[in-house]
Design a protein around this ligand. Sequence first.
Ligand code: PRT
Ligand code: ZN
Length: 284
Amino acid sequence: MSNLRLCIQKGGRLSEKSLGLLNQCGVSVSNGGSLKAEARHFPLEVLFLRDDDIPQAVQDGVADAGILGENVVLESGKKIDVVEKLGFGRCRLSLAVRREESYDDTAWFEGKKIATTYPRIVESYLREKGVSAAIEKINGSVEIAPSIGLADGICDIVSTGSTLLSNGLKEVETILRSEAVLVKHPSLDPEKDALLRDLVFRIQSVLKASEFKYILLNAPNEALETIKQELPGMKSPTILPLAKEGWSSLHSVIREDDFWERIGRLKDLGAEGILVCPIEKMIL
Ligand code: PRT
Ligand code: ZN
């Protein structure tokens, strides 16, 4: 049986999280600094590449799949399929101008020069807005372009915004929001396709699990009905009698995002001894 070949970023922002995700999926890969590594417990070979080289490698079939930023996928214009969003490496691609400029809308960029590493995305965005501007492709330190007179504005990846701030720039338009994605060659042979589907299934169970917590609590029996409404769980909560007369233990799952709000309400409803545990995998 042939191995599935997956490329991930070598020595960049997404490397550690990509390896971490594979690990959580029970696919352990050690990055010993070489270009290639074989996974244990899964027929997978990992290739470590610069993120910019991943779309080409996947399109050409040098690799079957890859993990990289959606921004790089879109900029590449290569024929590859996005299979799954992975929930890490979140950022946005934005236009920015000098802080002192008075900026109303995209018409500001008419006839101006924009420095960016993402010419293709910027061009299509401006075309859609009916603005014509000169695009200067540069590969690094885009944020210094306006201060050295190379451009009037820039388009770059923003995460916290501190790089823009410390270079005297302000973010004026968000062109797209991006995160790490799993991509694949558009026509994998059936054997490899089955392996990829297995990997995607594992990834989905890990991602799903990260949205929830497992919760256990004790409550007096008369409070159970109202507490149950707060904790619907996957199907319905498990309720077990406690050795103490008139009390029960309730087990369920709770969403991570409104967790603290619900905990407050559960306490008000009479819940005690609340335990909350992480969930590793969740299969619905
Ligand atoms: O060597 P290689 O070509 O593989 O790596 P790279 O230098 O091209 O990319 P890398 O490792 O910097 O980023 C990989 C991917 O991480 C990007 O394609 C994005 O999808 C994602 N990502 C998430 C980011 C950021 N956050 C980010 N903050 N990529 C870059 N940045 C940079 C940005 O370019 C700017 O210089 O961080 C700065 C802005 O950050 P803030 O926090 O100051 O706003
Ligand atoms: Zn890169």
